[in-house]
Design a protein around this ligand. Structure first.
Ligand code: FES
Ligand code: FE2
Length: 427
């Protein structure tokens, strides 16, 4: 079980908290690139309980500063983008993406006071259609070489949504293979794609037929490789390989292209302790992604009137009739909505001491343990798991996602190595 003390460590990510200190050792996405087009308005954002402004200077470089101007704390997100930085509206002080104060036009000629003032600035890095920030002190670590960040623009789709609960309970849904047999279950075959090695069966047919998968795991240099194994006749078994990536993302099977052409990543970044941003990255390394299809899928986030989003305040527009005819939840077809219900209904900050953890929660328990070990590592002055300091160790090609039927004679822990072609980035 998770104790009250452990839960306290896990859920708080504000400045100075042990969990916040862990989070601040890693790069996190803070916005989609498309949210900040060249010349676009600065974005007021909140990340890890800090109020920030994200902006792009005239050279196109993203910058992330504390939102309160260092002078007398007016909101910099209202500022003007000009002269190589962001200019505060109140008295015209000008800051660049590194936090340098370039101008203080109200000060006497010859004043050097601007050289003594800095805005708190966090390094940014743009890759994979996302703007990442490093909010820890000292030099930023290396950015891991994830396939999902490095496929070409045509091979990826990115989407952001916000959830009204602590990041960890949202994250935990992604590393919980058992819920696929319930929460997302359609009443009819919904996925036309046959699982490789199967007799024209789709993944949702396996979830429906075997609702108690065997779970297994391996500890890796990035987190946890998760195996969920379901029955597929006397000779075979259906194996899914998914991943927990320290400290707040997961790579899972997803619904893109033919099975095993790509996968999905869900990255849950704390806004504060009771809200998180969910970044969805979908990749297909073989074929370009049909983005029109994904944009139209976003319509599934909305209720029957097509206007109001399915949220807790409207009970996700749950329809009892649809529970009989369409799917398990009666909340429409979007997995994102089902996931939002599951994590938001646990409360703004889930109290894990109320749980009754079972065999099927094995992966969740291990992930919490890894996070607590990470917190302890930071407290001891060590690097937590997955932080890369050596540029030669950025490779993350061992992060593989798989959905496949394999013979029972084959050790499923090796199956992903031999049966999946090396997943390498499409150009
Ligand atoms: S408060 Fe920003 S320049 Fe004075
Ligand atoms: Fe889910």
């Amino acid at each position: 079980m998770t104790t009250a003390d452990e839960n306290e460590l896990l859920v708080h990510t504000g400045p100075g908290t042990p969990g916040g200190n862990l989070m601040r050792r890693y790069w996190h996405p803070v916005a989609l690139s498309e949210e900040l087009p060249p010349g676009g308005a600065p974005l007021p954002i909140r990340v890890l309980s800090e109020d920030l402004v994200l902006f792009r200077d005239e050279a196109g470089r993203p910058g992330l500063l504390h939102r309160a101007c260092p002078h007398r704390c007016a909101d910099l997100s209202y500022g003007r983008l000009e002269d190589g930085g962001l200019r505060c509206l109140y008295h015209g002080w000008l800051f660049d993406v590194a936090g340098n104060c370039l101008e203080q036009p109200g000060e006497p000629a010859g004043s050097t006071y601007k050289d003594e003032v800095r805005a708190v600035a966090y390094p940014c890095h743009e890759v994979g259609g996302l703007i990442f920030a490093y909010m820890g002190g000292g030099a930023a670590p290396e950015m891991p070489e994830y396939e999902f960040l490095n496929v070409g623009e045509a091979h990826r789709y990115v989407h952001r949504s916000d959830l009204e609960c602590n990041y960890l309970q949202s994250l935990e849904g992604n590393i919980d293979p058992v819920h696929l047999s319930y929460l997302h279950r359609p009443h009819k075959r919904a996925d036309a794609r046959a699982v490789p090695g199967s007799d024209d069966k789709s993944a949702d047919m396996y979830y429906a037929e075997d609702r108690a998968p065997r779970l297994d795991l391996e500890h890796t240099e990035y987190g946890i490789r998760i195996f969920s194994v379901r029955n597929s006749g006397p000779e075979n078994q259906y194996v899914r390989v998914t991943n927990f990536i320290m400290p707040n993302s997961a790579a899972i099977v997803g619904q893109e292209g033919r099975v095993n052409e790509g996968y999905a990543v869900h990255w849950h970044v704390p806004i504060d302790d009771t809200h998180n941003m969910r970044f969805d990255l979908v990749i297909n390394r073989v074929n370009p992604i049909d983005k029109v299809k994904y944009r139209s899928r976003e319509a599934n986030l909305y209720g029957p009137d097509g206007k109001e989003e399915r949220r807790a305040r409207n009970r996700y527009f749950q329809d009892r009739e649809a529970m009989k005819t369409e799917n398990f939840t009666g909340m429409g077809r979007s997995f994102n909505v089902h996931d939002a219900f599951a994590s938001e209904s646990q409360g703004p900050v889930h109290d894990r001491t109320r749980e009754h953890l079972a065999t099927s929660d094995r992966i969740i328990v291990q992930a919490r343990r890894q996070l607590i070990e990470g917190i302890e590592a930071v407290q001891d002055g060590r690097e937590p798991l997955g932080v890369i300091r050596d540029p030669d160790k950025r490779d993350r090609s061992e992060l593989v996602v798989m959905s496949q039927v394999v013979p029972r004679t084959l050790d499923y822990k090796d199956a992903w190595k031999s049966m999946v072609p090396r997943q390498s980035a499409a150009e």
